[in-house]
Design a protein around this ligand. Sequence first.
Ligand SMILES: O=C(O)C1=C[C@@H](OP(=O)(O)O)[C@@H](O)[C@H](O)C1
Ligand SMILES: C=C(OP(=O)(O)O)C(=O)O
Length: 432
Amino acid sequence: MLKTLRPVSGLRGTLNVPGDKSISHRAVMFGSIAEGTTTVNGFLPGDDCLSTIECFRKMGVSIEQKDDTVKIEGKGLDGLNEPTDILDVGNSGTTIRLMLGILANTPFHSCLTGDSSIAKRPMKRVTGPLRETGAAIDGRDDGNFVPLSIRGGKTKGFHYTSPVASAQVKSAMLLSGLKTEGTTSVTEPHTSRDHTERMLKAFGCEVEVSGKTASLKGGQTLKGTHIEVPGDISSAAFFLVAGAIIPNSEITLKKVGMNPTRTGIIDVLKQMGADLTISGLSGEESEPYADITVRTSKLNGIEIGGEIIPRLIDEIPIIALAATQASGTTVIMDAAELKVKESNRIDTVVNELKKFGADITATADGMIIKKTELLQGAETDSHGDHRIGMMLAIAACLSAGETTLLNSQAVTVSYPNFFEQLEQLQKENIEV
Ligand SMILES: O=C(O)C1=C[C@@H](OP(=O)(O)O)[C@@H](O)[C@H](O)C1
Ligand SMILES: C=C(OP(=O)(O)O)C(=O)O
């Protein structure tokens, strides 16, 4: 779908951003393999999480979903059925990688595939160590790419030192150890998002975390529970940056997830000089959340690298846009993981922002961005990547003249009502 976007005179108002994608996936997965009923509020009805629901339905789990509420009749890990059809994860890396960990426990045969973006994303980071646990996995390029097949059921606990800071790798490994006799543990170079560890505890499992190592004893059973999903900070990020860089803006985002493994965007925006107010922090016993207000700000360039990267990996496209409006130079490094997301996000961010006249250069593990006085509307393309699409839409709000956005429908992967909410903030501006 081609969308035409024009500059805005300011964004003002209050939004409830949709539910957290990472937490929504896990609520469905863990509810499906738990014993008893799980209910979920604040679920993200985006394409990725709907793919997760469809996959578990194909394994015989009864899941009722209406908007942001879900009810799952858990079957226990032993109660999943051998699927009679291919499990299609659509565009979702989280679905395929975490599900591989779960399927390592099941003695039946499953086939997994996804869309043209998933077909390019490396799976060896998960299938490699899962084979070590005893799961039989095959696929294109020796199990690196979909279509993949897996037959599990005979896993043994083991320790894995991951070369990448990846919550998908960590989660797949921990989940593969749920039924084994020994302990399964994962050490990562930097701490990645810890939603799996937190949510397994909410389902009654014991998970130990010590520094950069998470471990879990085998033979544990998940018990159905209730999960409240906070707003997704990765979705909020688009409006946090929009509010900071678009003149005459003030936006309040309600009940945004504030898990410390996800708040790198807040740290970066504050360091860049953004005017942010955080209030009403609660939910610390499970997944913390708070309200965030952002106002138009004068930003300065900074260096971003090292252990903050996993805490803001999905926000780098929109941080790059913020950097085009920041005085001096911004350097983003240690972020080579961007190359294996829904698109090669170093290439797509740099090439698309250059079309607006931005001064941005790709490096091997990130990008270097200098301030650009006025971005010019351009003919852009999301390349089927939701986060690139939303970043380009915010860039259009700030740029002189008209912008067209090809493949704008990609946003439904994580933010189905993104364009409606963007419009709402423009109307509220006119009415004030
Ligand atoms: O576990 C998760 O829910 C996610 C982990 C991250 O991926 P990696 O584990 O590949 O870093 C992130 O980019 C993705 O959007 C969601
Ligand atoms: C990388 C992302 O998701 P996934 O890996 O689940 O496709 C994302 O949402 O930016």
